[in-house]
Design a binder for this molecule. Structure first.
Ligand SMILES: Nc1ncnc2c1ncn2[C@@H]1O[C@H](COP(=O)(O)OP(=O)(O)O)[C@@H](O)[C@H]1O
Ligand SMILES: [Mg+2]
Length: 254
């Protein structure tokens, strides 16, 4: 059934008696299993959109419908992963992943957690505490924890943003593998143009509160950032986002 975003508006401030919309008439239809990257400059409203999807914020106008039901608050059918992992430091890897499952009082908590630990390749670390993990490992645990309650969609807000370049590259491949294995719908926020082109089935560019572009990435996987076709997507998106040449260069350099 998918996700439908209709006429979505969100403002935080009133200026001269009028709401100052961060998101203004955002419309989007997403199929189940799609990998959607939301791309745009800092401050363009990406996190606001994600928080509306998560149900942490309420729209001022419009609505989001997930599998036929209007979103009206947080729920186990949406797993969220942030840039800074939010693992419980006093729980091990396994306990962190089992946390959501225990809340649901599931019978198969142990088995589910074992499957997820295998999926993220951390069998040797299941009894380690977050402080003992590298940044990439911790993010993998964060993803596994978000997937544990078997949500319909995974919402990710710049989840690779705090990682060093090499780890980030490895995690992109890892994420594609996890997405293909789990079959989840993913909303992935980034301000890195190459990252969006590497990951997405579709790239949605936000600009000035609206959907500036919604483009299917027609490249086979695994994708090669050095291909000309890849670079053509990057160049055209960078041009759409950037307002000045210097900014464009900065975006392309990432
Ligand atoms: N809770 C809030 N209260 C007031 N203003 C906010 C709040 N959250 C976001 N904003 C403003 O909304 C705009 C979009 O923010 P955000 O969605 O975080 O952008 P992005 O994630 O694309 O960088 C920014 O101008 C930001 O200052
Ligand atoms: Mg943000």
């Amino acid at each position: 059934m998918g996700t439908v975003i209709e006429y979505l508006h969100k403002a935080f401030d009133i200026v001269d008696g009028e709401p100052k919309f961060v998101l203004e008439d955002v419309n989007l239809k997403v199929q189940d299993g799609e990998f959607i990257c939301i791309l745009g400059k800092s401050g363009c409203g990406k996190s606001t959109l994600l928080n509306l999807l998560a149900g942490y914020l309420k729209p001022d106008k419009g609505r989001i419908v997930l599998n036929g039901e209007e979103i009206d608050g947080p729920s186990a059918d949406r797993g969220v992963v942030f840039q800074q992992h939010a693992l419980f430091p006093w729980y091990t890897v396994r306990e962190n992943i089992e946390f959501g499952l225990r809340l649901q009082k599931r019978q198969d908590t142990k088995e589910m957690a074992t499957k997820l630990i295998e999926m993220i390749g951390l069998q040797d670390y299941e009894h380690a505490y977050p402080v003992e993990l590298s940044g990439g490992m911790a993010q993998r645990v964060g993803i596994a924890r978000a997937l544990a309650p078997d949500p319909a969609v995974l919402l990710m807000d710049e989840p690779l943003g705090a990682l060093d370049a090499l780890t980030r590259e490895a995690m992109r491949q890892e994420l594609i593998r996890i997405w293909q294995l789990s079959g989840k719908t993913i909303f992935f926020i980034t301000h890195s143009v190459p990252e969006a082109v590497y990951l997405a089935d579709r790239v949605v560019i936000l600009k000035e509160g609206r959907v500036e572009a919604d483009v299917a990435i027609d490249l086979p996987r695994p994708r090669n950032m050095r291909d000309k076709a890849f670079q053509d997507y990057v160049d055209s998106f960078a041009r759409m986002i950037a307002e000045t040449e210097t900014e464009e260069r900065a975006v392309c350099a990432e």
